[in-house]
Ligand binder design. Structure first.
Ligand SMILES: [Zn+2]
Length: 138
């Protein structure tokens, strides 16, 4: 089982490396990093606060990049932990293909007249509602 976990980390490593660099930037801006069950959670500082001030389509409270989760603050990270852990699992399954697959899934929903984020297959999986079809009216 340890070999499978090691492979999952290695498969997601390209994104985790990017996440680690972003985490370092958050820490250097005054944020704090913690390990939680094998995932580096990083929040706060000037950069953490800036996440929520991005223009509407880009603003977020937390984002997962491989085995790194970045957020506004650690309370927010705790609140969205289960959702973000689903994304960690998606990085482990899809590896380097995850971000292109996520973007294609969003594009497909847009072309269907649905929402690129909330109706995205990977987000519906993280929200636990893959058993219902995406709502075309929303
Ligand atoms: Zn999500």
């Amino acid at each position: 089982m340890k070999a499978v976990r090691a492979l999952a980390y290695a498969w997601a490593a390209p994104y985790s490396a990017v996440g680690a660099m972003l985490a370092l930037a958050v820490v250097l801006s005054g944020g704090r990093a913690r390990m939680h069950r094998g995932v580096l959670e990083c929040a706060g500082g000037a950069l953490g606060r800036a996440f929520s001030h991005l223009p509407a389509p880009l603003a977020f409270s937390a984002i997962t990049v491989g085995h790194v989760v970045l957020g506004l603050d650690h309370a927010t990270l705790a609140a969205v932990r289960e959702h973000e852990r689903v994304h960690v699992g998606q990085y482990e399954r899809w590896g380097p293909l995850f971000v292109p697959a996520y973007l294609v899934a969003g594009l497909i929903e847009l072309l269907r007249g649905r929402r690129a984020y909330r109706d995205n297959y990977f987000e519906r999986q993280a929200y636990g509602d893959t058993d219902r079809p995406a709502d075309p009216a929303a």
